[in-house]
Unconditional design. Structure first.
Length: 387
């Protein structure tokens, strides 16, 4: 194999070159070909994949996590992992839309519809940090019923409204495909294909998604705080920033700067009742899950990175534009026994911001600084299928 030839060549060179040159060779990590020519031909007949793994979790190309990411990328886009072969993970999590969907309820297999709006995987600075924060719990879905990314992925695949395939069927399919046999061999050397390997590979791929190439990041790196006018922002964007800090940051700060504490130093909530009129009284969010009346109407607080790209908004996709979302918080909050304290006025009634048209526009302008316009162009997150 080419792997053996590479190491033999490197060892031979190391015996005769000065120490400093030997060290340089090791540091530069000469491009390494993992696949045999036969394996590469098999893969490239179906997928647009490089000869060496893309970088997913480590700058070191020999890191197994990168090979898992490549495996996960293919799985993420494979429609064969649904009951009628019509949808993949990417069907509800579109790269061009911040890994969200542009429908209130996504299309599932067998002409089904999902029961909630698709959460954006690109909605936080780093999905890996979202998954593994030491401050905020690792919980997924709008009602936070999954306590790990692996559990979330397995439930999504098996949900009849989302992909509708049992994991045993997934495993049988993966085992039967020569391309997956090759990808698995390099991702999980000397191991037979297992369910957890499929889930882990998908997890590595999703955890690699990040939204850090934004105007906000550029300004935040220069200014070091969100509490003052930010370098590089327009006047209207800084007005929006100020309004956001005053009215929104206490719940959404984590999705903005990746910090689990609000500007007041309080640990941020992960779920809230945000004063929506409950159009569907059967969907009580966290309350539907645990049966506690004190949790009725509470849903996950979503990330706001790429929010410009992820319409429609809320768990039921009721708002088509950011302007509608801002107007909800400005004048449309409905009272509820579980309404979040931050959305109440001093008299206990729903808060009214009474923003001017200019201020509402400024808040939207600030939210648009959170867009990572390069995300849609990242090859490592794109559809690898040729046909």
């Amino acid at each position: 194999m080419k792997t053996s030839r590479f190491f033999s060549l490197l060892l031979f060179a190391g015996l005769f070159l000065p120490g400093c040159v030997q060290d340089k060779l090791e540091v530069e990590e000469i491009p390494f070909e993992y696949y045999t020519q036969e394996e590469l031909s098999t893969l490239q007949a179906k997928f647009s994949l490089n000869e060496i793994p893309d970088i997913y979790n480590s700058a070191t190309i020999t890191n197994p996590e990168n090979r898992k990411g490549t495996f996960g990328r293919v799985l993420f886009y494979d429609k064969q992992l649904s009951s009628d072969k019509s949808v993949s993970c990417a069907s509800c999590h579109d790269q061009s839309k911040g890994f969200a969907d542009d429908k209130a309820f996504s299309d599932g297999p067998e002409n089904r519809k999902t029961t909630r709006n698709s959460l954006a995987l690109g909605g936080v600075p780093s999905f890996q940090n979202y998954n593994g924060s030491s401050f905020l719990p690792d919980k997924f879905f709008w009602d936070e019923r999954a306590t790990s990314l692996s559990d979330q992925t397995e439930e999504t695949i098996q949900n009849p409204d989302e992909m509708g395939l049992e994991m045993d069927e997934v495993l049988d399919y993966v085992k039967s495909q020569k391309e997956y046999q090759i990808l698995h061999k390099y991702a999980f050397p000397n191991k037979s294909i297992r369910k957890q390997h499929v889930l882990d590979a998908l997890g590595v791929f999703m955890n690699s998604i990040h939204a850090e190439n934004t105007k906000f990041n550029e300004a935040f790196n220069k200014t070091g705080t969100i509490n003052n006018d930010m370098v590089g922002f327009t006047n209207i964007e800084n007005i929006g920033r100020s309004l956001f800090v005053e009215n929104c940051n206490s719940c959404h700060g984590f999705s903005i700067a990746g910090l689990p504490f609000s500007s007041s130093g309080q640990l941020q909530s992960t779920v809230a009742n945000n004063g929506l009129e409950l159009l569907n009284s059967e969907d009580l969010g966290v309350g539907s899950l645990n049966g506690h009346t004190t949790d009725e109407g509470k849903f996950k607080i979503p990330g706001l990175r790429n929010v410009e790209l992820t319409a429609p908004f809320m768990h039921d996709g009721r708002f088509a534009t950011l302007e509608e979302v801002v107007e909800h918080y400005n004048s449309g909050i409905v009272n509820h026994p579980n309404l979040h304290e931050n959305l109440k006025a001093s008299n206990g009634e729903p808060k009214r911001l009474n923003l001017t048209s200019e201020e509402k526009g400024a808040l939207v302008a600030f939210l648009k600084t959170l867009t990572d316009h390069t995300m849609a162009e990242e090859i490592i997150w794109s559809d690898p299928f040729i046909n």
